[in-house]
Design a protein around this ligand. Structure first.
Ligand code: ADP
Length: 498
């Protein structure tokens, strides 16, 4: 397509939100060497915009700006900072339609899901605009009559945040909002596939009055930008959401300067349906848990374990429900599943299905690329899957549901925990005592009982094992951006006895 047409398909109510430059020290900036990077609509392949392809020097400038901004920002009262965050939240909601449209255009998810993401993503800003006022310290009962012992919490410093493409807004707000509320400044590197939503959100932050240098956005060469963050002594905290592979690289690199680090990495979520489940509720849960965002979330159901007594009934009802899903362009009304993000994702999904079928799985529905072409893939259900298949071990990150049969509770728990990941797990049973014991036995950071839509700004999101470190959201999430400082007051004289 011609260069002049680039951006023509991005029609927003407020075109001021269509930002195509990085944000460094409050100024919209190109890459130092003027290189650019095309942002595509995964549903059509159209180029939506060209954004700067930034590198080491640009990232270092952003870090320097965040560093200068840190002292004045962290020394403001929490009430001051939180007022600005609240304003940012209001602007996010006022511009909900435009943000949702940008999400759908660059990510491909259906508009209803994108609208949901704006509410969810905005929720973190609203939540931390309040929570920032509740960063309490402690006074510890002292074992010594002449000493008093206190703990205060202080902002950790400059934060480097690296985010993925599957939630172009929510992955950003859930890092930026607690960081800013805590008094940190931040350099954000959104995914190169979906930077437009991040830039629009940053423009709204500028409009809300977040001072220059407090929030900086750079994108381009992920390796160079990542290295600039990791090598910097100024950056005291890294927060990352993405693949386990990159997370491990960052964790190793963080050792050079001993940074605080939080990681939200891959998952391999089991959904266990017991004989005593309500089948209708379980089918709905499996549908939302598997096919939202075309299966491209780290908490998406990856394996469906179904107990023998309910297996046939469940697989029939589930297959029928999957047949009703509508694949198409996210902006078209009624569409429930958009395209995959790119060709590499499509190939991975194909490889997982081929591998499963070659090892004995049967396709109940789907199993192929969609007739719409591009990166569209049919919503797929496979039955007769087992632990020798790739799909049992690895995240498929696509619209493929493998059904596996089990007999006993013990077998289900073993299968569910037989993975190096530990992000989210789900179980369906109508018996609360049964559900409670299952929830206790699952080696995961999050468990949904009779529910697969569990994410919320008020709850701690995060995993065990190789799914990551730390938690995001909730009152726990702000701790990731705070250091504890212990203060000992000495030589306190005898207490007044009057
Ligand atoms: P995904 O496979 O979901 O794209 P990645 O882990 O590759 O997951 O990407 C998540 C984020 O990490 C993106 O913003 C990407 O640009 C960034 N990223 C990828 N490689 C590196 C790296 N070596 N250093 C820092 N960031 C990286």
């Amino acid at each position: 397509m011609g260069f002049a047409q680039v951006g023509a398909m991005v029609q927003l109510k407020n075109m001021g939100l269509f930002k195509t430059q990085g944000l460094i020290n409050g100024e919209w900036a190109n890459a130092l060497d003027n290189r650019t990077l095309a942002v595509n609509n995964p549903a059509t392949g159209d180029v939506l915009a060209n954004v700067p392809f930034m590198g080491k020097i640009d990232a270092e400038k952003a870090i320097a700006a965040a560093s200068v901004a840190f002292l004045p920002w962290s020394k403001r009262t929490a009430f001051d900072r939180c007022k600005l965050l609240r304003k940012w939240f209001d602007l996010i909601l006022e511009n909900k339609d435009d943000l949702a449209k940008l999400i759908t255009l660059e990510n491909g998810k259906p508009l209803t899901e994108a609208n949901g993401e704006v509410v969810y993503g905005g929720g973190f800003v609203e939540y931390y605009a309040e929570e920032g006022k509740r960063v309490f310290g402690d006074i510890i009962p002292s074992p010594f009559p002449t000493k008093r012992m206190l703990v205060m919490k202080q902002a950790v410093g400059v934060v480097g945040a690296i985010t993925p493409w599957n939630f172009p807004l929510a992955m950003i707000t859930r890092k930026v909002a607690p960081a800013l509320a805590a008094g940190c400044t931040i350099v954000l590197k959104p995914a190169e596939l979906t930077p437009l939503t991040a830039l629009a959100a940053a423009e709204l932050a500028v409009q809300a009055g977040i001072p220059s240098g407090v929030l900086n956005v750079v994108m381009g060469d992920a390796v160079e930008i990542g290295a600039a963050m990791m090598d910097s002594n100024e950056v005291r905290k890294i927060t990352f959401t993405g693949s386990t592979h990159v997370g491990k690289l960052l964790m190793a690199a963080a050792s050079k300067t001993v940074k605080k680090i939080s990681l939200e990495l891959g998952g391999n979520a089991p959904l266990i349906i017991f004989n005593d489940a309500d089948i209708e509720i379980a089918v709905q849960g499996a549908l939302y848990g598997k096919y939202r965002n075309a299966g491209q979330t780290c908490v998406c159901v990856n394996r469906i374990l179904v107990q023998d007594g309910i297996y046939d009934k469940f697989s029939e009802a589930f297959t029928k429900a999957v047949q009703k899903l509508r694949v198409g362009h996210g902006l078209d009304p009624g569409v429930t599943q958009g395209p995959l993000i790119n060709e590499a994702s499509l190939k991975k999904v194909e490889a997982h299905v081929q591998d499963a079928v070659s090892k004995g799985a049967k396709v109940l529905v789907g199993g192929k690329r969609h007739s719409l072409g591009g990166t569209f893939y049919q919503p797929t259900v496979l039955c007769g899957c087992n632990d020798e298949m790739l799909i049992f071990r690895e995240e498929v990150f696509g619209p493929v549901a493998p059904l596996m049969r089990f007999q006993t509770d013990e077998e289900a728990i073993k299968m569910a925990n037989d993975t190096e990941y530990g992000l989210a797990a789900y179980a369906y049973t109508e018996n609360i005592e049964h559900g409670w014991r299952i929830a206790e036995a699952l080696d995961y950071g999050m468990v949904g009982l009779n529910e697969t839509l569990i994410s919320s700004e008020v709850a701690p999101f995060g995993g065990t094992k190789q799914s990551g470190l730390g938690r995001e959201g909730s009152n726990y999430g702000i701790d990731e951006y705070l250091e504890l400082k212990y203060l000992c007051l000495g030589n306190i004289k005898q207490p007044f006895m009057c």
